[in-house]
Design a protein around this ligand. Sequence first.
Ligand SMILES: Nc1ncnc2c1ncn2[C@@H]1O[C@H](COP(=O)(O)OP(=O)(O)OP(=O)(O)O)[C@@H](O)[C@H]1O
Ligand SMILES: [Mg+2]
Length: 223
Amino acid sequence: MALVGDNGAGKSTLIKTLAGAHLPDEGVILLDGQPVRFSSPKDAWMRGVATIFQELALAGKMTISDNIFLGRELTRTIAGIQFLDRRAMRQRSRELLEELDVSVPDIHTWVEHLSGGQRQGVAIARALNIDADVIIMDEPTAALAVAEVRKVLAFIKALRRQGKSVILISHNVQDVFEVSDRITVLRRGRRIAMLETNQTTPEEVVGYITGAAEVTRSRVASD
Ligand SMILES: Nc1ncnc2c1ncn2[C@@H]1O[C@H](COP(=O)(O)OP(=O)(O)OP(=O)(O)O)[C@@H](O)[C@H]1O
Ligand SMILES: [Mg+2]
């Protein structure tokens, strides 16, 4: 599902609500048809909803594997004392990055030394590591070079093939058409259209985003 809309339309705010970072004043969130209330992003993660925020929320002065396991570190117990199992975390991190086809110089590298695309890869690996069913990405390609954008779009397609649900926020209508099945358009905090990608056109979507097009019921796909 692509979520599109002009700057300030409320996209990030909506997904922060879905992710447990903001509490909704009203309305219900259904997960597999069941109402849920998330009190924090961690709460949402535990229920299989992982969000990669626009700001990425990675720790620059920590290594790649420390970031992937942040808040969910693996431990082992020796003589009754708990230790971080760094070797296991590094091993799993390497596997995840390989799965995503992200090449990094060294798993010990601080995240602040990585490129934008590599950082996005680390953030996605972190979401995959909790085996989330729903992965929400806020503008994952905004700051990336062309080759890195291709890679992120490939990650999204790979997630879709694995049967995961992805919500992608993007300003790039071409990217949206390449990876989405459905498109939701927000304007001034409201959903004004939900379209099947293969039954609409970039021009129509842009019309909804800018407000040039009015909502016609027949064009809105069912929830
Ligand atoms: N449903 C809402 N009700 C009231 N205020 C809202 C609502 N949604 C968003 N806002 C406010 O509108 C502003 C912009 O929202 P937000 O950052 O979510 O936009 P955005 O669509 O993500 O924009 P961008 O494309 O620039 O990232 C924020 O100050 C937010 O608090
Ligand atoms: Mg935003």
